[in-house]
Design a binder for this molecule. Structure first.
Ligand code: GLP
Length: 257
């Protein structure tokens, strides 16, 4: 496993086998919670953080407590029924928080139960204030194949706050796998923390695995900083580390094991 400064000064990249890199990312969370048990974690959904979350559950079983920890989710679909298994608030319970001792009331998410423009405006304003008020200590992120971060699609301004988005056709297609393979079942409308909201987190842990993410990782770390590739904004954050498996790191310029 190597641990190398990438082309841009602020982006650190850890490359190794999937378990090793998940353990390294979990170390960051564990060190934070041992120092400050009431820290605020920013949680992503999707497949990228699964190995990290499984590792955090193992560490909890060995004694790491989340009893005073707070958490905020990145994004949410609009209009899915409360019990729908793909509502991100339900996904995160299933994949992580139900297995921890975290207080369920301390796990915050956007509500997708909004229809009118007024309801959307009130919900995104509520959440922006909540996230900024809590102050995220460590934010977990995945990267979409088209460079999206949370649900900030290509073209989203870097300073965007929490807002509503329409998903791109490619993201609908990519997420159809969570909806029985049916793109027609994927909600088009979503709410998401903005790039500006995400960048306010103190530390960013970005996870990617698999050959299909290699180009996305390369563009994020070594490509130009451009709103056409939302994840390139990570190059502007002072404390960001990518944790990628060897397949996802395979197109990076600098030699990494
Ligand atoms: C999804 C989520 C993002 C996630 C990204 C990558 O659409 N809204 O938060 O990070 O796209 O997903 P995955 O990790 O499944 O590849």
């Amino acid at each position: 496993m190597t641990d190398t400064r990438a082309g841009r000064p602020s982006v650190q990249v850890v490359v190794g086998d999937a378990q090793q890199v998940a353990a390294r990312a979990a170390d960051v969370v564990e060190e934070l919670l041992r120092e400050r048990p009431d820290a605020v974690l920013g949680l992503a959904t999707g497949s990228s953080p699964e190995a990290l979350y499984a590792e955090l559950v193992r560490r909890h079983e060995r004694g790491l407590s989340f009893a005073r920890t707070r958490a905020v989710l990145l994004d949410e679909y609009v209009g899915l029924p409360a019990e729908h298994p793909q509502r991100y608030a339900n996904v995160i319970r299933r994949e992580l928080t139900d297995a921890l001792d975290i207080d369920p009331a301390a796990v915050h998410s956007l509500s997708g139960d909004v229809t009118s423009p007024e309801e959307v405006a009130a919900e995104v304003a509520r959440y922006e204030d909540l996230v900024r008020g809590l102050g995220v200590d460590v934010q977990v992120l995945g990267i979409g194949h088209d460079g999206h971060l949370a649900f900030n699609m290509p073209g989203t301004p870097f300073d965007a706050r929490t807002h509503a988005e329409e998903l791109s056709a490619s993201t609908v297609q990519a997420n159809a796998r969570f909806f029985g393979g049916d793109p027609g079942a994927v909600p088009r409308r979503v709410l998401t923390q903005g790039l500006g909201t995400i960048l306010a987190a103190r530390r960013l842990l970005v996870l990617a695995d698999g050959e299909d993410k290699a180009e996305a990782v390369r563009r994020t770390v070594e490509g130009p900083v451009s709103e056409d590739w939302p994840a390139s904004v990570l190059q502007r954050h002072p404390d960001v580390t990518l944790y990628v498996d060897t397949a996802a790191g395979s197109l990076l310029n600098a030699p990494r094991a």
